[in-house]
Design a protein around this ligand. Structure first.
Ligand code: NAD
Length: 435
């Protein structure tokens, strides 16, 4: 096993794409707050992005190279924090965009972190478990000088689960010569993980929705919910809302899905998925129909929960979206153009940087517990998550009303205020001019 770290990339070599689009929210928030151009200048590019080629020995004795990145977008509020994604479509632009979103998500949740992200261009389904372990360790070997509990903290993301994080944590501790559990979060409990992390992302979105029920005119007695994606986030969200009385009328995963106006029991659907590998064929309480993902997104329901992939709602389908409330548990499920059109048409989008911030909020608690060596019980973790989600949701909803901006714009304004304060705390142009 061998890995090679390359020199940081220059800003000019980066392609324009998702990050350029994401940056429009930064521009909007800077304009709304009338913030000094220095802040925009500081935040328009990542602070540093490292690229590496991970060379691993395959089971058949050959060597294969995998492209990998780690981006630290901005660290004014603290060490950077963000997941590592293993996916064949991972690109530099995607990693930097996700790191940008993490910067704002951590600020929205008022965490002492900046934003980071990493990834490897790989289809993990093509690797044996031992090859996956070699790749996970090679990632840490490549980026070890760049990460650490006070510098850059890693976490799971798509196709990097608890065992991958355990291998990474183990490798990082070996390289640093001491147990360093707080360099990675999302660890298994036996590896220094925290209780309450598994459903934290879904639970955070659930607390946000329930807190806004009166304002959004939704409630368990009358409202229907459609959920795209039935993995960790989609399943736990369905379970929590169903337990409170919401009717879960549709669920899809990558193979398609199911619709039943009388609703589903998410536990039974998950059991079916375990047995068959898909939600298709699971039965609801009434006449269940098989549907596609396209149909799910366009269903007549009260709350739509995208909990799968980026860019599911675009200009191609946004005019057919009927759900009045969209709770973005996935990252970036609505394109910026569709977001504008939907907002103008009166839909309320609870944006990803608020709605799915429960995951990183509980990851912060894992980091705190690792550093103090004192571990919390589940009710303490949940209470903290609930208070954080309700406080930040209320602040963003108030800004949304007071400034007549969308909830997404309000969330960016809310996050930017905090980031700008930490930039300005190092000296403003007025201070240096002496004016
Ligand atoms: P996961 O891998 O556990 O589940 C993903 C689900 O999406 C699977 O059920 C898969 O079948 C389904 N899916 C894939 N393609 C689909 C398609 N075209 N249509 C419908 N379903 C499809 O992932 P997860 O951890 O639940 O994450 C889901 C989303 O939430 C991702 O966007 C992720 O970035 C975001 N997110 C997750 C966390 C977390 O803590 N897990 C935190 C923040 C954001």
């Amino acid at each position: 096993m061998q890995s090679q770290t390359k020199a940081p990339l220059s800003a000019d070599s980066k392609p324009e794409g998702m990050l350029a689009k994401a940056r429009e929210n930064l521009r909007m928030a800077c304009d709304q707050l009338n913030i000094h151009p220095d802040v925009f200048e500081e935040l328009k590019w990542p602070r540093e992005t490292l690229a590496a080629t991970l060379l691993i020995r395959m089971d058949d004795g050959s060597r294969r190279a995998f492209k990998a990145w780690r981006c630290r977008y901005n660290d004014r509020r603290g060490p950077t924090k963000g997941g590592v994604r293993f996916h064949p479509n991972v690109s530099l632009d995607e990693i930097e965009t996700l790191a940008f979103w993490m910067t704002f998500k951590c600020a929205v949740a008022n965490l002492p972190f900046g934003g980071g992200k990493g990834g490897v261009c790989v289809d993990t389904k093509q690797l044996s478990p031992v090859e996956l372990e070699r790749l996970s360790r090679a990632y840490i070997e490549a980026f070890a000088p760049f990460i650490g509990p006070d510098h850059d903290i890693l976490a799971p993301d798509m196709y990097t689960n608890g065992i991958v994080i355990a291998w990474m944590s183990d490798e990082y501790s070996s390289i640093s010569g001491q147990a360093s559990p707080s360099a990675l979060t999302g660890k298994p409990l036996a590896f220094g993980g925290t209780v309450g992390r598994i459903d934290a992302t879904a639970r955070g979105g659930y607390y946000a929705l329930r807190h806004l029920e009166t304002s959004l005119d939704v409630n368990p007695d009358k409202s229907t919910v459609a959920i795209q994606g039935f993995g960790n986030v989609g399943y736990h969200c369905a379970k929590l809302l169903h337990a409170d009385g919401y009717t879960i009328v549709a669920i899809t995963d990558s193979s398609g899905g199911i619709y039943d106006p009388a609703g589903f029991d998410p536990l039974a659907v998950m059991q079916h998925k375990h047995e068959t590998g898909s939600v298709k064929g699971a039965k609801g309480h009434g006449k269940t129909k098989q549907i596609s993902n396209t149909v799910l997104l366009e269903l007549d329901c009260d709350v739509l929960v995208p909990a799968a992939l980026e860019r599911q709602i675009t200009l191609d389908n946004c005019d057919r979206i009927k759900a009045r409330v969209i709770l973005e548990l996935a990252n970036g499920p609505v394109s910026p153009e569709a977001d504008k059109r939907l907002t103008e048409a009166g839909h309320v989008i609870v944006p990803d940087i608020l709605a799915n911030s429960g995951g990183v909020t509980v990851s912060h608690l894992e980091w705190v517990q690792n550093r103090s060596g004192f571990y919390w019980d589940e009710s303490r973790v949940r209470d903290h998550l609930k208070t954080t989600m309700e406080t930040e949701t209320r602040a963003i909803w108030t800004l949304h009303n007071e400034m007549s901006v969308s909830m997404r714009e309000a969330a960016y304004i809310h996050g930017l205020r905090r980031i700008a304060e930490s930039v300005e705390a190092r000296g403003t142009p007025a201070y240096f001019d002496g004016t």
